[in-house]
Design a protein around this ligand. Structure first.
Ligand SMILES: [Zn+2]
Length: 225
């Protein structure tokens, strides 16, 4: 608890184990970084995140970087993304996603990065959209642009957890819209979010993107199944 507080002021401690960082380490100590459960999926058929979305929407592939486990290190990282204006941490983790994406030949023709948007009210409270900064980190590795406001969120779905799956699905399915379609025609876009759990947010983003002619959608997240 005290260490969490100290971390806010002196961010020289590992965000997952709280040990002090060496000069060459950034945000996560080398030992924790090596222990993070990285996922390696070559094909959609062996990829649980892609399987989760298959039949629900049209997409190329869906690649989470780390395996999400309740109470694990990855959950701790996801939590720290959302507080304390951690834009630099988001960019750092985004660059790790970018390095991973670079290793897949099928992803070397991505044209644009599109972050899943936060509702403007929530963005105002938090100060930033973590998915946008993950996107900036990915962009720095892949050398492509981030189109920040390509997808717009219409209503705040903050009360999601109290709803049934069906209600959540309906709720999430009319919350997104595209700001403009022309710049997306015939593009291979990379949709970016922090975590994929039920897949409903990513699904509805894909549904609005799929209205664009010739679009190809790949999905990258920091964590997922
Ligand atoms: Zn550590």
């Amino acid at each position: 608890m005290l260490r969490d507080f100290i971390n806010l002021i002196f961010p020289n401690y590992c965000i997952t184990c709280n040990s002090s960082l060496y000069k060459q380490e950034k945000f996560i100590c080398l030992q924790c970084k090596n222990e993070l459960p990285e996922l390696f999926y070559a094909a959609n058929t062996t990829n649980p995140a892609a399987k989760l979305l298959t039949g629900r929407t049209s997409f190329n592939t869906c690649l989470p970087l780390y395996y999400y486990q309740k109470g694990g290190k990855v959950q701790k990282i996801l939590k720290s993304l959302k507080y304390d204006n951690q834009t630099e941490l988001c960019e750092f983790l985004g660059s790790l996603i970018g390095i991973k994406l670079k290793s897949f030949d099928s992803l070397n023709d991505i044209d644009l990065i599109i972050p899943v948007p936060l509702h403007p009210d929530r963005e105002k409270i938090r100060g930033y959209n973590q998915s946008y900064y993950l996107g900036i980190g990915i962009a720095s590795v892949l050398n492509i642009d981030v189109l920040e406001k390509a997808i717009i969120r219409k209503v705040n779905n903050a009360t999601q957890t109290n709803k049934s799956r069906q209600e959540r699905w309906q709720n999430v399915n009319d919350i997104f819209t595209l700001s403009s379609t022309t710049s997306l025609i015939n593009q291979h876009v990379l949709l970016v979010d922090d975590v994929i759990t039920t897949g409903s947010t990513v699904e509805s983003c894909c549904n609005v993107l799929n209205k664009v002619n010739g679009i190809k959608i790949s999905i990258a997240t920091l964590a997922g199944a």
